[in-house]
Design a protein around this ligand. Sequence first.
Ligand SMILES: Nc1ncnc2c1ncn2[C@@H]1O[C@H](COP(=O)(O)OP(=O)(O)O)[C@@H](O)[C@H]1O
Ligand SMILES: [Mg+2]
Length: 288
Amino acid sequence: MHRPGPEAAPATAVAGSAPAGVAPAASTGVAAGAVVSAVRARGVVKRYGGVVALAGVDLEIGTGEVFGIIGPNGAGKSTLFDVLCGITKPTEGEVFLFDRPVNDVPPHEIARQGVARSFQRTAVFGEATVRENLLFGRHAASSHSVLGRILHSAAWRRDRDAFEAKAREVLELTGLTEDQHRPANVLAYGVQRRLAVGIALMNDPRLLFLDEPAAGMNGKESADFVELVRAIEPGRTIVIVEHDMTVISALCRRTLVMVDGRPVTVGPPGEVFRHPEVIEAYLGADDE
Ligand SMILES: Nc1ncnc2c1ncn2[C@@H]1O[C@H](COP(=O)(O)OP(=O)(O)O)[C@@H](O)[C@H]1O
Ligand SMILES: [Mg+2]
């Protein structure tokens, strides 16, 4: 089963865009520019007190892949998402992004290396306009925290032309150009979700994590969302945690299925859905 749409970008295209100064993992001896995987997890366990959210996850996602993570509620998807993007540190095991170990790297530093994420409920500043939200996204990795301060800061004025050019590009990509001067909170739900992705795109990430981006969307909105991901896919690695199988099937060549904190199978969406343990897990989940 192959999804329609363009082929995944070759690994070299992504590796070539690695920012200068990102050192290769000393332990692997991999030369800069020879990145083999965007995301790698080795023996990842996450416990919250007595709760085992992740019971040992090994995983490798290649550069340029659009990779899905699915599973019933409580399977550990969001925990895995948080651990892979470095916002939560594993209890055991190790995570590598572009072959660098990131267990000891703080989230803001990971963000600076071209990694962005959009949460299930990414905060959009409701009273700020679409455009202001995007401009804030550009600064999200900086130490500033208040929108007004950012928009009036010296750094913002200095880089205004670059920021505005980027904002125009993202408005176009996300189909939000006409809505750019509207407050975010008047937009339809699906449009706000596109804005959340747009905010993540402002820093031009080479690795983008999306947690349930299509949650709560109607059919038209999730179809539009699929088109958006196809448009932003070239040159990036995208990891999508999602309930909506249609979205996963449309976008992902490979998906991981999590059940009870364990990876059950990885493969093309059309095949993993036939895996007996996956069928059983979904039939057994009464809250889906
Ligand atoms: N911060 C936390 N504290 C305690 N338990 C948690 C925490 N986060 C997740 N869990 C537990 O870990 C398990 C997996 O949760 P989660 O990763 O949110 O699953 P999913 O996203 O697949 O629905 C659940 O049993 C959940 O209750
Ligand atoms: Mg979740």
